[in-house]
Design a protein around this ligand. Structure first.
Ligand code: 5IU
Length: 273
């Protein structure tokens, strides 16, 4: 139950969702399961760090609403970097409103998130209508995918086991759009040979924030960290999301390489290679 022993290649080959397939293919070709959470507030700094760490990541996680000098040109530059270095973009927007409101937040406003972001995420607190609303925005766009927040890393969070179970049920009913979870553990059964486009055998991707190499235990606002090896081999995650330990590091490239080798070796150990 706790982990998926299939390789990323095997999962890419049979995954019904094009965004999940691309992500697995990128992971395999670059041998990395690292996602950089680039929580910086200047677009120049974000672009510069992304260009530096691009070769080592499969996914870039953004918080576009913290950028102080946001300009639509930033989006074109970020999208160029995603092509140059071959990674996908994940806007960690954590939508949480009713369907009709998230439609405007995802498709419109200043950021027009759906136009340039491959993956975004949402809480399912409002019920399944939030997923229907977000999905409706993507109808005429290139393939887009959603992650559901099933668990959080922060101390005292209110996502109970019962809540997590319901989140998984909502995901299973929407596998044409939902490709996985933000979670601390593999919250759904791993898929088997009968992976399907819908239903209980869907191959959900688990992405985990609150990950750090030994040395960081948390922060003063409730963040809690798991180490990469435990996250992958014990808790069954697929993608490691790392923020401050990379973007505040004086040598982010060397640090990123450490995450890549630790994360990849843990993955090989999990699949027994
Ligand atoms: N993030 C978490 N925990 C969660 C969720 C999201 O830390 O449960 I959902 C985000 C917040 C931040 C990044 O953007 O992931 C982790 O950053 P650090 O590695 O700097 O703690």
């Amino acid at each position: 139950m706790n982990f998926n022993s299939s390789s990323y290649e095997e999962r890419a080959a049979k995954h019904p969702h094009p965004v999940a397939r691309s992500l697995f293919e990128i992971m395999v070709s670059k041998k990395t399961n690292l996602c950089l959470s680039v929580d910086l507030t200047s677009s120049q700094e974000i672009l510069a760090l992304t260009d530096k760490l691009g070769p080592y990541i499969c996914l870039l996680k953004t918080h576009v609403d913290i950028i102080e000098d946001f300009d639509p040109d930033f989006i074109s530059k970020l999208s160029e970097l995603s092509l140059k270095h071959n990674f996908l973009i994940f806007e960690d927007r954590k939508f949480a409103d009713i369907g009709s409101t998230v439609i405007k937040q995802y498709g419109g406003g200043i950021y027009k998130i759906a136009e340039w972001v491959h993956i975004t995420n949402c809480h399912v607190l409002p019920g399944p209508g939030i997923v229907d609303g977000l999905k409706s925005v993507t109808r005429d766009l290139p393939p887009r995918a959603l992650l559901i927040l099933a668990e959080m890393s922060s101390k005292g969070n209110l996502l109970t086991d019962e809540y997590t179970k319901t989140a998984v049920e909502i995901a299973k009913n929407n596998t044409d759009f939902v490709i996985g979870f933000i979670a601390q553990h593999r919250v759904s059964e791993p898929s088997n040979d009968k992976t399907t486009a819908s239903g209980s055998n869907a191959d959900f991707i688990i992405m985990t924030p609150g990950v750090s190499l030994p040395g960081r235990d948390g922060d003063s606002f409730g963040q809690q960290y798991t180490n990469p090896e435990t996250a992958i081999c014990v808790n069954g995650t697929d993608v490691l999301i790392v923020g401050r330990d990379l973007f505040t590091n004086p040598d982010p490239v060397s640090r990123a390489k450490e995450y890549v080798s630790t994360g990849w070796n843990a993955y090989l150990k999990r699949i027994n290679k």
